[in-house]
Design a protein. Structure first.
Length: 86
């Protein structure tokens, strides 16, 4: 239904403008610029569960080898499919 789609886009635009997405650091008079829209269909997307996600090893983090960076945020990007293809 195109009516629902148009309402959804309107709601998204209102949210982007209200939260100032993309222009957070600019002057308050600066408006959010929308450069264009791209249509896509759900047939081009795939949904996977977490078990499959980890098995595919698309993203992987490892503990950082440096003692100084060890801890809560002491991780680095490991060998992953994303790292190889990026």
């Amino acid at each position: 239904d195109k009516t629902c789609m148009i309402r959804s886009v309107g709601g998204l635009l209102k949210y982007l403008d209200k939260m100032r997405i993309g222009v957070e650091l600019e002057d308050a008079s600066t408006h959010v610029s929308i450069l264009g829209f791209h249509a896509f269909t759900l047939e081009s997307l795939i949904q996977i569960d977490m078990r499959t996600y980890f098995a595919l090893n698309i993203f992987r983090t490892e503990l950082h080898p440096s003692v100084y960076k060890f801890g809560a945020c002491g991780s680095k990007e490991g060998l992953s499919l994303f790292g190889i293809l990026n």
